[in-house]
Design a protein around this ligand. Structure first.
Ligand code: GLN
Length: 470
């Protein structure tokens, strides 16, 4: 195995910037690995290194895995849906363009759950992704291809999107770091929409420093996304080694359904927080338990509107016998998978007149309550700490028959999405040989603080992700 694979993306970029490594050599190494990936992580891999990568660029030419949800000009961009088969967008998503401009060229498009709906990557229209820690198990979802590729050393780093947990949960299940930024911190322009009031893109990386580095070059207002904002500070690279004076509020370790091995790893990490000088107390988030119920009204409602555009007229697939109605019906019948159809039906129902207030209106009120819970919590503590996922990676097929069991995967990640606040998942340790993720969340625009805390904790935990590099 090339010793280059041992380097984090930031370290590889430093070598390039120091003139010790040619960007094309680094690109070829990862291109070959991506092309040979046997986990199902990629839906498309670049032919070769882009002609000019400036070695002096801030990201040092380190190639980037890009979730198939992002539009990339001239490159298949399908959100892993058969309905977008063959679609090549005429423009590139702002986040991808900014990262490429800062020196992280696109390595490939990573597999995902269709339209980002799922927690296991089994809902992809192009086959599942396998977890490099145990190939009989799922990598999590929906950014499962990005997570598996990074964990397996088949991408130096990657980006994904998170609507209710899709960066953090697969990061947890694959033993890597995943950051869901504050809503609005990164432009959604060119991200194929799922639930627009929740969707955010962010990094999936081997360590916290890599996440901060990618995040630094993604943020900021974009005139093509009216919900994007200027990031209020410089995004810093984390350097903290101590947690003195930082107050951590723990939530969720006593909740039903959390595996004992997950609780144990999280408790061990929390003990490290105290050793590093952080103060720890249990907190309540009284409405967080209703997060999933609200999410599964709101996200499908928004999805049912966003996915109305796939009618056979404008993008990708067109089926039917030439008659307009048959074109609509057959295109959507053949193009969408079962989970996407379920969400469209749920969402359409929840928005129908007569039910609108009972479902959608009530779910919006729950969302406000959850945001209030966090606001109150952040009056007492600086960082909220929870397990990222109630369980470690589960077996392929284990939850596909039971959507409700699948939905529970996001119990701990959905509340932060509803509140629009940032959260990072870091590896806390192993349970029966499988990674456990710990989630750290803070108030809006506190990424510098949570990444710094995550960095100190990461150093103290000393997690070794090497086992997943075959
Ligand atoms: N698993 C959740 C869902 O299926 C979250 C997905 C996401 O964050 N994109 O909706």
């Amino acid at each position: 195995m090339s010793e280059l694979l041992e380097l984090t993306a930031a370290q590889a970029g430093e070598r390039v910037r120091a003139g010790e490594l040619k960007p094309a050599e680094l690109f070829e190494l990862y291109r070959d690995r991506a092309a040979a990936d046997e986990l199902g992580s990629y839906l498309w891999v670049a032919d070769g290194a882009p002609p000019e990568i400036a070695p002096a660029s801030p990201l040092g030419g380190v190639p980037l895995g890009v979730k198939d949800l992002f539009c990339v000009k001239g490159v298949p961009s399908m959100a892993a849906s058969r309905i977008l088969e063959g679609y090549k967008p005429p423009y590139t998503a702002t986040a991808v363009e900014r990262l490429a401009g800062a020196g992280a060229p696109v390595l490939g498009k990573t597999n995902m759950d269709e339209f980002a709906m799922g927690s296991s990557n089994e809902n992809s229209g192009f086959g599942p992704v396998r977890n490099p820690w145990d190939t009989e198990r799922v990598p999590g979802g929906s950014s499962g291809g990005s997570a598996a590729a990074v964990a397996a050393g088949n991408a130096p780093w990657a980006i994904g999107t998170d609507t209710g947990g899709s960066i953090r949960q697969p990061a947890a299940l694959c033993g890597i770091v995943g950051l869901k930024p504050t809503y609005g911190a990164v432009s959604r322009y060119g991200m194929i929409a799922f639930a627009s009031s929740l969707d955010q893109c962010g990094p999936l990386t081997r360590d916290v420093t890599d996440s901060a580095l990618l995040f630094r070059h993604m943020v900021g207002r974009d005139r093509c996304d009216s919900t994007s904002l200027d990031y209020p500070q410089e995004v810093e690279l984390p350097g903290a080694e101590k947690l003195d004076g930082i107050r951590f509020g723990i939530w969720g370790l006593e909740e039903e359904g959390v595996e004992p091995g997950v609780v144990e790893s999280c408790r061990a990490a929390i003990a490290k927080i105290e050793e590093l000088g952080g103060s720890v107390e249990e907190i309540e988030l009284p409405h967080a338990a209703y997060g999933l119920s609200a999410y599964y009204v709101l996200a499908p409602a928004e999805a049912s509107a966003n996915l109305a555009r796939y009618d056979g007229v404008r993008y990708g697939r067109r089926n039917g016998n030439g008659d307009l109605t048959s074109m609509y019906e057959e295109t959507r019948h053949d193009g969408f998978g079962a989970e996407v159809k379920r969400r469209i039906m749920l969402g359409t129902y929840a928005l129908s007149s007569g039910y609108y207030d009972a479902y959608y209106g009530r779910a919006q009120r729950v969302r406000t309550k959850i945001a209030d819970d966090f606001r109150e919590a952040f009056g007492r503590v600086d960082v909220v700490v929870t397990p990222t996922s109630p369980t470690v990676a589960f077996k392929l097929g284990e939850r596909t028959e039971n959507p409700l069991a699948m939905y529970l995967s996001d119990y701990f990640t959905v509340p932060m999405s509803l509140a629009g606040i940032p959260a990072v998942s870091i590896p806390a340790g192993l349970s029966d040989g499988l990674p456990v993720g710990l989630q750290l969340a803070g108030p809006a625009f506190s990424e510098n603080r949570i990444l710094d805390a995550a960095h100190a904790l990461e150093q103290a935990i000393g997690f070794d992700g090497g086992a997943a590099h075959a």
